[in-house]
Design a protein around this ligand. Sequence first.
Ligand code: GTP
Ligand code: MG
Length: 299
Amino acid sequence: MDKGKSGFVTIVGRPNVGKSTLMNHLIRQKIAITANKPQTTRDRIRTVYTDERGQVIFLDTPGIHKAKTRLGEYMVETAVKTVPDADVVLWIVEPAAKIGRGEEEIAKLLGKAKKPVVLVINKIDTVPKEEVQKTAAAFEGMLPFERVLYVSALRSVRTEDVMDAIFELLPYGPMYYDEDTVTDQPMQKIAAEMIREKALRALSEEVPHGIAVVTDKMQQRKDGLWEIEASIYCEKESHKGIIIGKGGQMLKKIGSEARADIEKMVEGHASLRLFVKVRKDWRDNTLYLKNLGYSDGNE
Ligand SMILES: Nc1nc2c(ncn2[C@@H]2O[C@H](COP(=O)(O)OP(=O)(O)OP(=O)(O)O)[C@@H](O)[C@H]2O)c(=O)[nH]1
Ligand SMILES: [Mg+2]
């Protein structure tokens, strides 16, 4: 690929706007977890997409928000740090977004970085057209965007426009990864995230926000079966009871749903054992954060 294009595309925005859904859609594989709850993504997730036009390295990032915990601070910092290295920035917004402090902060960050920015108005399936146009007009006053695109990541509406814009804006450059690479995330990490996704989706109120998952063991037996053990960490004893559920029903549900996803990933059978542990207020404890994988230097 002598004349291919290549580069880094960072995906930023407020929480829950559909950043991870869009990235998964663009790379045509589910790598980042998604949920209808803010602050689902906690780390930078790097994925790779290659076609005849070249290679795109996507960075999905945590939603930029007003952090209330040390974990929140780490997440926002992680997102902000991806911008200086980007060749193109995708700023994802809701179709009926009001411009508030959060949006102004993001515009300031991107404006200062002087990067080509594509405004992607997502979830256009949820509001009338006029509303989307109003939103576009309001945002267009904030930054000089290279493109303003309207998409529905969930329903695959006009998402190809995003890929086309990216390839138009990227410079010519080398392939950084071989063409089969989809992500540099280790399998253990993806498995832990799949478990966290099922927990996020099944639980409510403050419980899901205080959950972290670590894969303790993941190995394939001689007969092909993947043996996996993982720990679900929560912040309070009372949360532990909720996660386990009556007669263990909740934990069973989380486990069987996660196992189905993991089996797809490993393309084989898996056994999954889950343990629930309490790490009191871990989201504000530097040492716990580090042990659970939320610290600098961790990918
Ligand atoms: N109706 C509709 N829902 C969408 C669309 N895109 C994403 N969603 C939903 O929006 C919710 C949030 O999606 P995510 O992809 O997790 O959002 P995110 O921006 O990555 O969120 P954080 O990681 O928390 O910052 C999920 O329930 C998605 O299914 C869309 O185009 N239309
Ligand atoms: Mg996300």
